[in-house]
Design a protein around this ligand. Structure first.
Ligand code: SAM
Length: 267
């Protein structure tokens, strides 16, 4: 450990893990192995980093806070399998890691304010990724892993489940962190599909239909989608227009998006 005492910064979403039992449980769930290519986002003071490196894996880390760079270099810089990238993970070009297709294993106890945009940024590179393990706000994990029919099922669930299999692994209380966050957390595993189970003709149209449908989740689909799809097109997609968006599964949203692709002026 370095002599330097780092004060956690709120603006970087810094809640450092300090519970050895929780750290061990996360590392066991990730189960990094020799020869694998890991990417840790926001290593902080290295709570997970050490165990990841001890597995024998190759480890890239991306850390935004410049003040943490000397601490991380001091602890891990001598290890030839460790590579530190200082910068914003939201702007990071993952192609520069030169990972083989479906090989990159991504890990992070993420700052909660960037978790959703970061997941989408990673999913735009899904072909590089083998799996992802994240610590997130528990409510976000519940939305990611939700099933149709309930209040958690929405845009985030659908757009992430389009690309990935999602597993809510376990919950972590605030006491595992320093300083403790105000919310409960959970560990989620996301595994990008090698072959999409419900491919849409145009992914952007799926985003559009889902966004429009959930803008007013209490209304019927016939109502919320009226600017995009006539009632007859909704029925032709095999969807009951009198349902609410939360009652539809991913496959039904993909059928609606594919119907939209057939409409004149759809783009
Ligand atoms: N992994 C450490 C742990 O578990 O103790 C730290 C977790 S802390 C919740 C989040 C970390 O992400 C902090 O080190 C913070 O500086 C870093 N961070 C915040 N925003 C970031 C960004 N946009 N890109 C990369 N790292 C970021």
């Amino acid at each position: 450990m370095s002599d330097y005492q780092h004060r956690a910064r709120k603006r970087f979403g810094q809640n450092f893990l300090h519970d050895a039992g929780v750290i061990h449980r996360i590392l066991r769930a990730i189960h990094a192995r020799e020869g694998e290519h890991m990417l840790e986002i926001g290593p902080g003071q290295g709570a997970l980093t050490e165990g990841l490196l001890n597995s024998g894996a190759q480890l890239d880390v991306i850390e935004l806070d410049r003040d943490l760079v000397p601490i991380l270099q001091h602890q891990f810089g001598n290890n030839p399998r460790f590579r530190l990238n200082q910068g914003d993970a939201l702007k990071f070009d993952f192609n520069q890691l030169q990972a083989a297709p479906h090989s990159l294993r991504v890990v992070g106890n993420l700052p909660y304010n960037i978790s959703t945009p970061l997941i989408f940024h990673l999913l735009s590179n899904a072909a590089l990724i083998r799996d992802m393990h994240f610590m997130l706000q528990k409510e976000v994990v519940e939305r990611l892993a939700a099933e149709p029919g309930g209040g958690d099922w929405g845009r985030l669930s659908i757009m992430v489940q389009y690309h990935c299999r999602v597993e809510h692994l376990f919950n972590v209380g605030p006491g595992a962190f320093n300083p403790p966050p105000k919310v409960d957390s959970a560990i989620v595993r996301l595994v990008p599909h090698e072959v999409l189970p419900h491919p849409a003709k145009d992914h952007h149209l799926l985003e559009r239909v889902v966004r429009e449908a959930f803008n007013q989740r209490r209304k019927t689909l016939r109502n919320t989608l009226k600017n995009l799809l006539p009632a007859a097109a909704i029925e032709a997609a095999g969807v009951d227009g009198s349902l609410r968006p939360e009652q539809l599964d991913l496959a039904a949203f993909v059928r609606l998006a594919d119907k939209l692709a057939e409409q004149p002026n759809a783009d």
